[in-house]
Structures are given as structure tokens and as C-alpha cells.
Design a protein around this ligand. Structure first.
Ligand code: PLP
Length: 399
């Protein structure tokens, strides 16, 4: 029998999707399940987005579109970049993809040969590892435990860049931790990056409009514009506009990188569909009050979650200031027993919690931090409070 390609021995299905799938099955079997597992914003885009999609449908050409992205979409993204404080880009610096995930996959193909080194802070978004492994890159994980607020320190970065890795991948605000770097922290890391010119810098900033507490969103390019010649910004409409299922992501990069992505697109996706493109243009150019409003709501939800976690003895949780995740250190439970099962690690804990209380969370090991679990808190408040109470009760029942 013929074999699959060797790279498929390294390809794994997303661990987050696996938990979400188990929760879905239990729900379908009639169990009372609250899912904190999947990272969806849980709101729909404004009516102007649907109106634009209907209008595009009425005038659909039925044709293939541009590999790079339609001019209208690229221009709308340029304006979005300017609103975020990124000036001086032109269409030749941009390319679209089927969500930020496909953009990141394309970037891995475009920048990493087998054996090339990619470094990123840990905890990390699961797909960084999965994608890097598929293309055969050598991964260096920079440990950023809860004791350093899950944030990368300049001296760690300097040490990692000394080996001249091909790519440094940085995610701010962070999935899974929700942590957001301050302007000073970004400036200190940018100083290190400036001193190491051999490494591409990918900034996955797709949660940049979901920042709380007035801390603001900061990027290396805001403090050191000269890094632009090797910095690649990744963005998406998924989280900002409540459109994860519409699958539109972007890159703003040096022209040769953007061209590489357009070339790769020409060999797989060809183009984004017209109706999707029109909806994305409307989201980017329409009223921007929805993300602002959502950031306020998410900050309030974060407070509800933290209030419960802080009351559980031994659970420690750095205070997230963005995205919609909380990432508590729950290692206090390891070695204990619940009537529904013994807990020796994060995977046991999530599994017993799901069986005993019907609450689905993602084990921290999916993000490289096995002392934690991830709570995605965008569900309605009543459900959120119910789920958090179940978590509190669960910890109280441990012996
Ligand atoms: C950090 C991070 N990057 C990229 C993505 C992918 O987003 P998209 O829906 O645009 O593919 C996600 C989605 O959860 C994410 O959390």
C-alpha cells in the first residue's frame, strides 16, 4: 500500500478542537455542558457587514479573484493599519489568506526550510508548534511561566537570538494567557531585536483591538520603525469583528514576503470569494464601535472569572489585560482526588472536570504549559457564572 508523505507523521489535529469536539458530543448526548474551550468571540458582526455581503451576492461575477487580495480589501486593510499606527505601507506590502491561521502557515512555507530554527515564547498558541512541525522547522520554546506573568524578558530574547534563528514569532495580546505587553516592555524587547538583524520577526497581533484597562496596544514598529524591513504583521477579522467563520486574514510585510504569500495563494487557495471580500471590506471600513464595546464587555467578564479563581486556595492567575482568555496555574490540584477521578496532571483535571461538572476547558499542555488550563470566557454572563461556580465547587471537592 502506498504511504502518506513523511511530513504527515509530524502533523497533528488541533488539541483545542479535540476538547471542543468531546464537549459537543456530550452535549449532543443530552449532558448539561458549558464550554470554555474554543476561542470564539461569541458575537456577530454588524448589519452593515451582512448588507455588504448581500449586495455582493446580487452582483457576483462568479470569477476567480486576485491572489494577493482585491484592491478594495487591501485598501481597507491599509486604512485599518493606519488606524493602528502603522504608516507607510502600500498594496505591494500586503496579502490576504483564509484566516490568520492560513497566513501563518503560508509564512512558515515562505520563510522556513527544513531544519531552520523558529523561536517563540511559551505558553504559545497551539498551531505555532503544529505548523512549524509540518514544515520541518526546529522549534525553540522560550519558557515564560506564571511567575514572570507569562511574559518574555529581554535577556531571554537576547540569549535566544544569539543563535541567529530564522524566525522569532511573537503574539500580543496572547492566546492562551490574555497577557498584554506594556509600551516599556515592547520597547525593551524591540531594542534586543534591533541588535539582532538576522532574524525575521512575525507579530501575530490578531487581538490588537481587544485590549483592556487603558494599557493600549503596542508593537515593535511603533517604537522602532526601522524594524519594518524584517517585521511581518499578521491580522485577522476573526476576533475583532466577530467573524471567525468568514476566514479572512492579512499580512503586512516587506514586499518580497507579501509577494511570496501571493505566489503561494496562487498555488492553493487562488483567491478569497467575492462575497467574503465585500463583507471583510465592510467590517474594516464600517463603524469601529463594536470591537471597542466588546473590549469593555470582555474586561468585565475577565473580572468575573478572576474573582472566582482568586477565591480558590492555591490557584494562581496573572491578570490578563486583553483577548478573551484566562490562564490560571491549577497545579495545586495535581496529586489530589475528585470523586469522579484522580488528578495527576492538567489533562486529567480537564477530563475529570468535564465528566463531573460538564465544564470544558483546554489543558495548558496544549499551549506548552502543563501547570495551567485555558478558560475562554466569551459566553453569556449567566453561563459564565454557572461554569465558574462549577469550577469552584470542583476544587472544593478535591481531597
Ligand atoms: C494567536 C492566534 N493567532 C491566529 C489565530 C487564527 O485566527 P484566524 O481565525 O484568523 O485563522 C488564532 C485563533 O484562535 C489565534 O488565537
Amino acid at each position: 500500500m502506498p504511504l502518506l508523505a513523511e511530513r504527515m507523521s509530524r502533523a497533528k489535529p488541533s488539541a483545542i478542537m479535540a476538547v471542543a469536539e468531546k464537549a459537543k458530543q456530550l452535549k449532543a448526548a443530552g449532558k448539561d455542558i458549558i464550554s470554555f474551550s474554543i476561542g470564539v468571540p461569541n458575537f456577530l458582526p454588524g448589519e452593515h457587514v451582512y448588507a455588504a455581503a448581500r449586495e455582493a451576492l446580487a452582483h457576483d461575477s462568479g470569477q476567480y479573484g486576485s491572489n494577493r487580495g482585491s484592491e478594495a480589501l487591501l485598501d481597507a486593510f491599509l486604512k485599518h493599519l493606519q488606524d493602528g499606527g502603522f504608516n507607510g505601507y502600500e498594496r505591494k506590502n500586503l496579502a490576504v489568506g483564509v484566516g490568520a491561521k492560513q497566513v501563518l502557515y503560508n509564512l512558515a512555507e515562505a520563510l522556513l526550510d527544513p531544519g531552520d530554527e523558529i523561536v517563540f515564547p511559551t505558553p504559545y498558541w497551539t498551531s505555532y508548534v503544529d505548523i512549524a512541525e509540518i514544515v520541518g522547522a526546529r522549534i525553540t520554546r522560550l519558557a515564560c511561566p506564571s511567575t514572570q506573568n507569562y511574559k518574555l524578558k529581554p535577556e531571554q530574547l537576547a540569549k535566544a537570538l544569539a543563535s541567529k534563528p530564522k524566525v522569532f514569532l511573537f503574539n500580543n495580546p496572547s492566546n492562551p494567557t490574555g497577557m498584554v505587553y506594556t509600551k516599556d516592555e515592547i520597547a525593551a524587547l524591540a531594542d534586543v531585536l534591533a541588535a539582532h538583524p538576522d532574524t525575521w520577526i512575525i507579530c501575530d497581533d490578531i487581538y490588537n483591538r481587544l485590549v483592556f484597562d487603558g494599557i493600549g496596544y503596542h508593537n515593535f514598529l511603533h517604537v522602532r520603525p526601522e524594524l519594518r524591513e524584517r517585521t511581518i504583521l499578521v491580522d485577522s477579522i476573526s476576533k475583532t469583528y466577530g467573524m471567525p467563520g468568514w476566514r479572512v486574514g492579512f499580512v503586512a510585510a516587506p514586499a518580497n514576503v507579501a509577494q511570496a504569500l501571493a505566489t503561494l495563494n496562487s498555488n492553493h487557495i487562488t483567491s478569497l470569494p467575492e462575497v467574503i471580500t465585500a463583507a471583510a471590506v465592510a467590517a474594516l471600513s464600517g463603524p469601529q464601535d463594536i470591537p471597542l464595546q466588546k473590549a469593555k464587555e470582555f474586561a468585565a467578564k475577565r473580572d468575573r472569572v478572576l474573582a472566582v479563581l482568586e477565591a480558590i486556595p492555591g490557584v494562581k492567575c496573572p491578570r490578563p489585560q486583553g483577548a478573551f482568555y484566562v490562564f490560571p496555574d491549577i497545579s495545586v490540584a495535581f496529586g489530589k482526588k475528585h470523586p469522579a477521578g484522580a488528578i495527576s496532571n492538567d489533562v486529567d483535571l480537564c477530563s475529570v472536570l468535564l465528566d463531573a461538572k460538564g465544564v470544558a476547558c483546554v489543558p495548558g499542555s496544549a499551549f506548552g504549559e502543563p501547570r495551567a488550563l485555558r478558560i475562554s470566557y466569551t459566553c453569556p454572563d449567566a453561563q459564565l457564572d454557572d461554569g465558574m461556580k462549577r469550577i469552584k465547587d470542583f476544587f472544593a471537592e478535591l481531597v
